[in-house]
Design a protein around this ligand. Sequence first.
Ligand SMILES: N[C@H](CCC[C@H](N)C(=O)O)C(=O)O
Length: 283
Amino acid sequence: MTQPRPHTPAADGLPFMKMHGLGNDFVVLDSRGQPARTTPALARALGDRHRGVGFDQLAEIRDGDGSDICLDFWNSDGTRAGACGNATRCVAAHVMGETGADTLSIRTARGLLQAATVDGVTWVNMGPPQLSWDEVPLAREMEVTALPLAGDPVAVGMGNPHCVFLVEDAEAVPVTETGPKIEHDPLFPERCNVEFAEARARDEIRMRVWERGTGVTLACGSGACATLVACVLRDATDRRVRMELDGGWLSLDWREDGVWMGGPTSLVFSATLSPAFLAEVEA
Ligand SMILES: N[C@H](CCC[C@H](N)C(=O)O)C(=O)O
């Protein structure tokens, strides 16, 4: 399809923002007041770091639905992600900056999430963990703390599936070798994100991640939440920790109402996709 869409005259292209949280990087489309734009083909084309823009996830803001905004997430392989903690924080910081409010409600595939700015830091409640086999989901009925996998990992749903390994030394883990094997293990019918967590103290965790549909990233917010939950279930840490990821530090707090996560966010630039690029994607 080469016809320009009515709400974006060809001459204007498609505006987007590039953001990151701890180096977990995002292209953000703001489709409030207009039809959603993302297709699997657009996500793949934009996610190409050589011929597109490059991102770990694409996030698309839409008009609120009983919430301030709605947010959809895509991986660079064109698949959807039900949750993305770092992009949620980045978009929340941006929208709260626009309105001057210090709280925001965000509807995602996972449900309604709350964000808040406290002392200049953006926090998001990623919701309560999903700890039954069919919520994660796993292939068949079992305890999420008793998976038939070497290394005795814990499965945790945070709106997307995670498999968390508690390890002695996170630096020594061959993430690019083990990550994809676990991502595609038949135990996870929707594949999974894979985390390797070293509990350094009751209040500190080191974590490295392999993301479903993306690969190694510098950070993963929903993965950080899943990691905290796994460490608490194994009694390796308390419910409130600092976590070091490859891209920096997050604060996490598993409260009654869900897992809260706070940390830095950054808007890198705003730019416009050329009509020629869009026409190529749509061709
Ligand atoms: N980076 C994201 C998670 C992406 C998860 C995605 N790879 C999936 O398919 O679930 C985060 O900060 O939570």
